[in-house]
Write a protein that binds this ligand. Structure first.
Ligand SMILES: C[S@@+](CC[C@H](N)C(=O)[O-])C[C@H]1O[C@@H](n2cnc3c(N)ncnc32)[C@H](O)[C@@H]1O
Length: 269
C-alpha cells in the first residue's frame, strides 16, 4: 500500500514536472498541431523537414504534402523522413507564391517560420488560402525577435539582436512578424482567427532549452549576421561581440532567457 502510494505520488509529481517544464520547442509550438483523422495537409516551406518529422509523427492518420522552393532542402528532408520510417509525407519542390495545386485541395495548411522571410507575406497567405478547402484551417507559426528579454540584461545584447532584425529587413523579411499574425490573417479574409503567444521561458533547470534554444538556435542565429551587420555599419565589432558574449552569459547558472513565438489559426469560410 505504502509502495503504491509512493509510486502514485511519484508519478503525479513527475507528470507535473513534465507539464511545467515544456522543455522542448515541440511541446510549446506543436502541442496543438493536431489534424482530424484522414486530413490532407499542405506544409509550405518545409525546409529540411525539422517540423515535418514532428507533425507527421504526431498525426499518423493524416497525409502530408510538404513543399519547399529549395531542391537541396527537399532532398535532405526526404532523407530524414525515410531514415525515420515516416510514411505519410510526400515532398515536392514548389514556390508557395504559385502553388501547383487546384483550388480547395487541402483540409489544412501549415507554415512554420516561413512568412518572416518573405517580401509579401499577405500575397503568400492568399495563395495558401486558395488551395485550402472551405472550412479548412490555416496554421501559421512565426517568431518575433522584439519579444526577447533576459537576465542579466545587456544593452549590447539587445543591439546585437537588433542587427538581425535590421539585416532581415534589408533583405525584405520581418523578424518581428509574430505580433502581426492577427492583422495578417484578417487582411486575407480568414474567419475565427485565434492567435496565441507561445513563450519559451528558459532557466538552467531546462538544460535542453539552454543548449537547444538559447545557444544553438537563437544566439547562433544572431552571431551569424555579425560580419554583415558590421560591414553595413549597423554596429561596431566591440559592441557586437560584447552582445554575443552577454547572450551566452544568460546560459550560466543564474541566467534566464525569454522569447515568444506566435501561433495563429484561421478558418476559410
Ligand atoms: C527558416 S526556413 C523554415 C523551414 C521549416 N519550416 C522549419 O521550421 O524548419 C524557411 C523555408 O522557407 C523556404 N521558402 C522561402 N521562400 C519560399 C517560397 N517562395 N516557396 C517555398 N518555400 C520557400 C526556404 O527555402 C526555407 O526552407
Amino acid at each position: 500500500m505504502e509502495h503504491t502510494k509512493y509510486v502514485h505520488g511519484y508519478s503525479e509529481r513527475e507528470a507535473l514536472r513534465l507539464n511545467d517544464q515544456a522543455d522542448t520547442l515541440e511541446d510549446i509550438i506543436h502541442n496543438d498541431t493536431v489534424f482530424k483523422s484522414g486530413s490532407l495537409v499542405l506544409e509550405a516551406g518545409c525546409g529540411v523537414g525539422a517540423q515535418t518529422k514532428i507533425i507527421a509523427e504526431k498525426n499518423p492518420d493524416s497525409n502530408f504534402i510538404s513543399i519547399d522552393i529549395s531542391k537541396e532542402s527537399i532532398h535532405e528532408a526526404q532523407q530524414l523522413i525515410k531514415r525515420l520510417s515516416i510514411r505519410n509525407v510526400v515532398f515536392r519542390q514548389a514556390n508557395l507564391y504559385k502553388l501547383p495545386f487546384q483550388n480547395e485541395t487541402f483540409d489544412n495548411v501549415i507554415v512554420c517560420f516561413v512568412l518572416e522571410h518573405l517580401h509579401n507575406p499577405a500575397v503568400a497567405l492568399n495563395e495558401l488560402k486558395r488551395v485550402l478547402k472551405n472550412d479548412g484551417i490555416m496554421i501559421v507559426i512565426e517568431g518575433d525577435h522584439g519579444s526577447t528579454f533576459f537576465y542579466p540584461d545587456s544593452r549590447e545584447a539587445h543591439s546585437a539582436i537588433d542587427c538581425q532584425i535590421q539585416v532581415q529587413k534589408e533583405i525584405g523579411g520581418n523578424s518581428n512578424i509574430g505580433r502581426e499574425l492577427y492583422p495578417l490573417f484578417k487582411s486575407v479574409g480568414f474567419s475565427d482567427i485565434v492567435v496565441s503567444p507561445r513563450t519559451v521561458y528558459v532557466d538552467t533547470s531546462k538544460p535542453q532549452l539552454v543548449e537547444g534554444f538559447i545557444k544553438n538556435t537563437f544566439t547562433a542565429m544572431i552571431e551569424g549576421v555579425g560580419e554583415k551587420a558590421i560591414r553595413h555599419g549597423l554596429i561596431d565589432r566591440m559592441t557586437f561581440e560584447k552582445g554575443i558574449k552577454d547572450l551566452y552569459r544568460t546560459t550560466e547558472p543564474d541566467g534566464v532567457f525569454i522569447y515568444t513565438f506566435f501561433k495563429g489559426f484561421g478558418t476559410k469560410k
